[in-house]
Design a protein around this ligand. Structure first.
Ligand code: FES
Ligand SMILES: [Fe+2]
Length: 343
C-alpha cells in the first residue's frame, strides 16, 4: 500500500474530486482512530467530542509514522512515535520534546473534506465538485433504513455492475432472488441519462424470497447509477402468493443505496443502506441476514471475473441487449475518462 500522495497523478480528477464512502458512521466511535484506505491512500478517521468526523492522511508530518496507531487525548490526535499533538484542524499544537515552543505553522497533517450522510462517512481527497448523490428515502418517515456491510469485493465497478444486473438473479441467487429452473426472460427496458445520472425503466423479475419478509414477490426494479461508485434501486413489490397477498400493499417498496470504496484498483469495500416502507417492518437483523447472504453469493462469482479491472471498451467482453445498463455504465465511465480500476 502506498503511504502517501504519490498516486495523486494516477487518479483522474473525476474520481479525485468525488465523494467516496470510507466507513460507516457506526464504525467511527468517538475516541478511536480508524484506519481506512481510499484509492491506495492511507487515511485515518476520527470523531471529536462534538461528534464531528475528520478524515486525514494517516501520516505524521514529522517522521511519517501512522497516526492511526496513536491515540486521542482532549480532542487531539497524538502521534504514536514522538507524541506530537494535532488539533481538529490538523494543526500541531504540541511537540512534547519542546513543550514551551509554539509548533511551526507547517507542522500540519493533510486534512481532507469529510462529512456524514446516509449512515456513512464520506471523504473527498481532492476538491468536491458536486454533492453526495441524493437518497430520497433516507429522510422519509415512512421508510425504515438499515445500513449493511461491509462486503469485500475485488473490482468496485464489477460489483456495481452486478448490482444493476437482473439477469444473474436466477443463477447466483437461486431460490432467493430468482428461479434457476425457470429463469425470467428480461424484457426490453430503457436506459437514459439525465442530469449526469443513468436511469433504467422498471425491469420485472420473479423472486421466491424477494425481501426480508420472506414472501415470494414479483419485483419491478428501477435503477440509477449516480456516480462511478454509487448506485441505487427502487424495487416495487407485489406479493405473488395469493395466501399471503394481504400482507402487502400497493405502495410497498424496497430501495438500496449502494456505495463502493475503492481500496485499490482490484480491492473494494461495498456498503449499502436499505430502505423499506413495509408494515410491519422487518427487524434490522432480518434485513442484514438476507443482504449478507446475497452479497456473499455475489462476491463468490463476481470475484472470479477476469480481467479483474472492468473493460470500458465495449469491444472487450460480449454484451447482450439484456446487459444494457452495464454497457451504458462502461461507456459512461469511458466518456468520463476513468482509467483508475478499468482496462
Ligand atoms: S513521527 Fe509523529 S511525532 Fe514523530
Ligand atoms: Fe446479486
Amino acid at each position: 500500500m502506498n503511504t502517501s500522495i504519490d498516486n495523486e497523478n494516477t487518479i483522474e480528477p473525476v474520481l479525485l474530486n468525488d465523494w467516496h464512502v470510507v466507513a460507516t458512521s457506526e464504525e467511527v466511535v468517538e475516541g478511536e482512530l480508524i484506519p481506512s484506505t481510499l484509492m491506495e491512500r492511507d487515511l485515518v478517521i476520527w470523531r471529536d467530542s462534538s461528534g464531528q468526523v475528520h478524515v486525514w492522511e494517516d501520516l505524521c508530518i514529522h517522521r511519517g509514522a501512522r497516526l492511526s496507531k496513536g491515540f486521542i487525548a482532549s480532542d487531539k490526535v497524538v502521534c504514536p512515535y514522538h507524541g506530537w499533538n494535532y488539533d481538529g484542524r490538523g494543526q500541531c499544537t504540541l511537540i512534547p520534546a519542546s513543550p514551551n515552543e509554539t509548533p511551526m505553522k507547517k507542522a500540519k497533517t493533510v486534512v481532507h473534506y469529510a462529512q456524514e450522510k446516509y449512515g456513512f462517512v464520506w471523504a473527498c481527497i481532492g476538491t468536491p465538485e458536486q454533492d453526495i448523490p441524493h437518497f430520497p428515502e433516507w429522510d422519509d418517515a415512512e421508510y425504515k433504513t438499515v445500513v449493511c456491510g461491509p462486503y469485500t469485493f475485488k473490482s468496485a465497478y464489477r460489483a456495481l455492475e452486478n448490482f444493476v444486473d437482473p439477469s444473474h438473479f436466477p443463477f447466483v441467487h437461486a431460490g432467493v432472488n430468482g428461479l434457476m429452473d425457470n429463469p425470467d426472460p428480461i424484457p426490453p427496458f430503457k436506459v437514459w441519462e439525465e442530469d449526469g445520472v443513468l436511469h433504467s425503466s422498471e425491469v420485472q423479475v420473479t423472486q421466491p424470497y424477494g425481501d426480508p419478509r420472506e414472501v415470494p414477490v414479483i419485483a419491478y426494479y428501477a435503477y440509477k447509477i449516480m456516480r462511478p461508485n454509487v448506485a441505487y434501486f427502487k424495487k416495487r413489490l407485489v406479493i405473488s402468493d395469493p395466501e399471503r397477498a394481504h400482507e402487502g400493499r400497493e405502495a410497498d417498496r424496497f430501495c438500496t443505496y449502494f456505495t463502493a470504496q475503492q481500496v485499490s484498483p482490484e480491492q473494494s469495500i461495498i456498503r449499502i443502506c436499505c430502505a423499506m416502507n413495509f408494515d410491519p417492518q422487518p427487524s434490522d437483523a432480518d434485513v442484514r441476514r438476507r443482504q449478507d447472504l446475497v452479497y456473499k453469493q455475489d462476491a463468490e462469482i463476481v470475484d472470479t471475473q477476469r480481467p479483474e479491472r472492468i473493460p470500458v471498451d465495449l469491444r472487450a467482453e460480449l454484451h447482450h441487449s439484456t446487459d444494457l445498463l452495464g454497457m451504458k455504465y462502461r461507456a459512461w465511465m469511458r466518456e468520463m475518462g476513468i482509467k483508475y480500476g478499468t482496462v
